[in-house]
Design a binder for this molecule. Structure first.
Ligand SMILES: [Zn+2]
Length: 271
């Protein structure tokens, strides 16, 4: 039995976080809401999957400690009214187990927001030929669904899929933000409650090394130039405020803020 413990961190910054955490789940107060990070797996990307114009420099970047560290995280939000999942990871068994650990039954999840339709974001939606979330409406961008019409999402959730346009409020206090580049319809979700906000940014980043040099990209990025330009904007914008970032591939709990450094940016994880 994993011993749960309570962490209360008062930061030097203007925000503080109250969290219930263990090695698999991390739950914190987002204004009036409760948000949880659920770890599906810790991982390291193979170094041959990174791309950069200068291979000698790339090698040096990748020699830094933890440069290729990554993870697959799923985020869950309880607004009191709605239970919302952001992406679904690769493995339904692990996802259901993690939800159980925070006392959530998959039947009670009423919305699922999908950043994009790569398998590591929708794989957890189906198990043994059945949908895992029988009562959920699944939101995905119209561009992403159009580019990927034949996936398990359409096959199993067909009538329960709702497409969205960009910069649209899809659920109370949850707005979509376009982030095309990694895929044709890759999207982010911006959630606000009281004075707290979090950007669920999907695959804006895949590994630690990209904070130091945001021009490094991955073979998975469909349009690297778009990805790099967008990432530059997002890092700059979010380093100037205290909004949280929730990243599907940031080291667990995949949640933190961004700081500007002399060479690039730094991710400051919540603890
Ligand atoms: Zn991914």
């Amino acid at each position: 039995m994993i011993k749960k413990f309570i962490i209360c961190i008062s930061c030097l910054f203007i925000f503080s976080i109250f969290a219930l955490a263990n090695e698999n789940t991390f739950t914190f107060d987002l204004g009036n809401y409760k948000m949880s990070s659920l770890i599906i797996t810790k991982m390291e990307h193979q170094k041959i999957l990174f791309r950069y114009e200068d291979l000698v420099k790339l090698q040096k970047y990748l020699e830094q400690e933890n440069s290729n560290s990554s993870a697959i995280n799923v985020f869950f939000l309880d607004t009191g009214k709605d239970k919302i999942l952001f992406d679904a990871g690769t493995d339904a068994d692990i996802l259901v187990e993690r939800l159980k650990e925070i006392n959530v039954n998959p039947k009670d999840v009423n919305y699922i927001c999908i950043t994009h339709m790569h398998f590591d974001h929708i794989g957890g939606l189906v198990k043994n030929g059945k949908k895992v979330f029988p009562n959920a409406t699944v939101f995905v961008s119209q561009e992403e669904l159009k580019a990927n019409p034949n996936t398990i999402l359409s096959a199993f959730y067909g009538n329960n899929i709702k497409t969205f346009k960009q910069n649209e409020t899809i659920i109370d206090n949850i707005k979509t933000i376009p982030a095309f580049g990694h895929t044709k319809g890759h999207s982010m979700f911006f959630i606000s409650s009281k004075d707290k906000s979090v950007l669920v940014w999907g695959d804006m980043m895949h590994a630690v090394v990209q904070f130091d040099n945001f021009n490094i990209y991955m073979t998975y990025d469909a349009d690297p130039d778009k990805v790099i330009a967008l990432r530059k904007n997002i890092l700059e914008k979010y380093s100037q405020n205290n909004y949280y970032i929730a990243g599907a591939h940031l080291v667990y709990p995949g949640l933190g803020t961004i700081e500007k450094t002399k060479t690039g940016y730094k991710f400051v994880p919540v603890k």
